[in-house]
Design a protein around this ligand. Structure first.
Ligand SMILES: [Zn+2]
Length: 263
């Protein structure tokens, strides 16, 4: 395989993480070398969103998403959402997120998570930006909230369900609402059941991501993940879909360009 021929978009990274403080330039250079021409780095708080924008200003390959993660939402004030609204107007911002619901690690702040998600969905609708959604053990609530919202969202595509790990039936529900589904390195884990889901996703709704520094592919498990490793995910996806890595890279890149209006 000739890496000069492929071009992949990593639709979900956390390049602001301190895990990258010592070698961020090298990480981004390695990504470019491996054919990862564009990376969307996602904010998880007001501060992290500011850092995401700073990275997008510094590196031409990097775009930013701004938002507040469900695990950062406790005690969130509407003023913070206003700050996100201001940040979202930056020309390098392509989405609102990472936002969502996570009842795995915390059900204590369930009401605040729901409130924070609704505020951010409303903002994305106003600004006509796609959303990047985190959903963990909150599928019923998520579907209920989104089905009410998608009617009002007038953006071409409402957004993406990041780190998709649900079954095929739930995949169809999100797809019917217009969402793209993003898959990461975990699709190559021995116990992964994502092949059955990846097979049923329409070609124009598939995107790839690293979620780095988290969720490294099998080969790098236990280590820090980084955008260059996304090739292994594209390769795995190509194998599942019965195609080659060049085709899979092209399809997922075109989808990411359309979803985030990168052109
Ligand atoms: Zn993330």
């Amino acid at each position: 395989m000739n890496s000069s021929k492929i071009s992949i978009i990593d639709t979900h990274a956390h390049l602001d993480g301190e895990e990258f403080d010592s070698d961020r330039d090298a990480v981004i250079a390695r990504a470019a070398e491996a054919g990862i021409g564009r990376i969307i780095t996602c904010g998880t708080s007001v501060e992290a969103s500011e850092k995401a924008i700073a990275l997008a200003e510094k590196y031409p390959a990097v775009y930013a998403a701004v938002g507040i993660h469900p695990q950062e939402i406790a005690g969130v004030k509407k003023t913070e959402i206003s700050r996100i609204a201001t940040l979202a107007k930056h020309p390098r911002v392509v989405a609102i997120g990472e936002m969502g619901l996570d009842f795995h690690r915390s059900v204590v702040y369930k009401d605040e998570q729901i409130k924070g998600l609704k505020w951010q969905l409303e903002l994305a609708g106003e600004l006509q930006l796609p959303v990047i959604l985190h959903n963990r053990q909150a599928t019923n609530e998520m579907i209920e909230i989104l089905s009410g919202w998608v009617q009002k969202a007038t953006a071409d595509s409402p957004g993406v369900i990041h780190c998709f790990q649900e079954n095929a039936d739930n995949a169809r529900i999100f797809l019917n609402m217009g969402f793209y589904l993003a898959f990461g390195g975990y699709i190559g884990y021995p116990k992964s059941q994502m092949a059955e889901v990846i097979k049923i996703v329409p070609q124009d709704r598939l995107v790839v991501e690293t979620d780095c520094p988290y969720l490294p592919p099998q080969k790098y498990r236990g280590q820090r993940n980084e955008p260059a490793y996304i090739k292994l995910t594209v390769e795995k996806m190509a194998e599942i879909r019965g195609t080659n890595i060049e085709t899979m890279a092209k399809i997922t890149s075109e989808n990411a360009e359309r979803l985030f209006k990168l052109k």
